[in-house]
Design a protein around this ligand. Structure first.
Ligand code: ATP
Ligand code: MG
Length: 305
């Protein structure tokens, strides 16, 4: 499998704080690679190194066979389209002005700019005038225009840092439709998100915790690796039953509240009937959210011995 990003033993230190600790992974050409983790896990810091915006303290980053060496930044930046977590577009400029600016920063010729815009407006099905001020765009469309800005120089790799934060569920779904279309166009997508339902769409995902990479694989692999036993969705039949269910938690290796339900894994399947007496019990496959809670959140709250 051809690799477009290789990160080897990456460390990033801010003052005396290690934001990224010995992280190694690679991204294959053409895949959607999800980079997940709680707030402050080191995702954006890793991305900023990959995009050539900050230097690693130590370690190696290779983008499309180019090593990160002083003087090579421009070659690498030409290969990467970056949509940052906080800043996407200038609100007080029009769509056209923002795209002209993005094109200028990447030395895109006028002819290529015209062609690329045409292709990318078609991709996002833009139905606004180019003279529209960005401040007048709904957040979902603003993010799509920001994607166009990130793609304006036709990069091979698209790095999206929480592209759907703060947009409506319908717009999130449309944005992921675009991500899929990008891979169909031959691009590789490296994306972070806090929405685990979105991350289910990734080919492979990496989980970060406190600056360390703690797991990586396809979504089914991570589910299997985290939960090898049958998981059940348990819905207590009454509030009295709910209390009884909680009393049965000691019979479980997993007893996770999930809205009005519990996600449960039994120590011994023979205790299933105890739950069935007081609750609706259904076999379920674990979700990526279950994996995330188990591997990232619970592990973070468990003190290390
Ligand atoms: N320039 C900086 N100087 C000092 N500390 C920093 C700097 N940038 C990031 N950090 C710290 O490094 C850690 C990792 O931050 P980072 O932004 O990479 O996390 P993240 O995984 O992207 O989090 P989020 O999901 O909130 O975006 C955090 O504790 C953050 O406060
Ligand atoms: Mg971040």
């Amino acid at each position: 499998m051809q690799k477009i990003v290789e990160v080897k033993d990456l460390c990033v230190k801010f003052g005396s704080f290690w934001a990224v600790k010995n992280v190694s992974f690679s991204v294959n050409c053409g895949e959607i690679f999800g980079f997940l983790g709680a707030n402050g896990a080191g995702k954006t810091t890793t991305i900023r190194v990959i995009c050539g915006l900050i230097n690693a303290t130590s370690g190696e980053v290779i983008v499309d066979t180019e090593h990160f060496l002083r003087g090579k930044e421009d070659i690498i930046k030409a290969k990467v389209g970056y949509m940052s977590q906080r800043f996407t577009l200038y609100n007080d400029l029009s769509i056209k002005e923002n795209l002209d600016f993005a094109a200028a920063t990447h030395n895109v010729s006028r002819k290529n700019l015209r062609q690329n815009k045409e292709e990318l407006f078609e991709l996002i099905q833009l139905n606004r005038k180019e003279s529209t001020l960005v401040s007048e765009l709904p957040s979902g469309i603003k993010q799509q225009v920001a994607l166009v800005a990130a793609l304006i120089h036709q990069p091979k790799l698209v790095v999206l840092d929480e592209p759907t934060a703060g947009v409506s569920p319908a717009s999130r779904a449309s944005f992921w439709e675009l991500i899929r279309k990008l891979t169909a166009m031959g691009k590789t997508v490296f994306v972070t998100t806090h929405y685990m339902d979105e991350a289910e769409n990734c080919g492979r995902v990496a989980l970060m915790r406190s600056g360390e990479l703690i797991a990586m694989g396809t979504v089914p692999e991570l589910k299997q690796e985290t939960f090898s036993e049958q998981m059940y969705n348990v819905t207590p039949k009454s509030s009295e039953a709910e209390e009884k269910c909680q009393g049965l938690a000691k019979l479980c290796t997993l007893f996770e509240p999930c809205g009005i339900h519990y996600h449960v894994i039994l120590r011994d399947e023979s205790s299933l009937s105890l739950f069935q007496e007081i609750a609706q019990v259904d076999k379920i496959n674990p979700s990526l959210e279950d994996v995330f809670i188990q591997r990232v959140e619970h592990a973070a709250s468990t003190p290390t011995p």
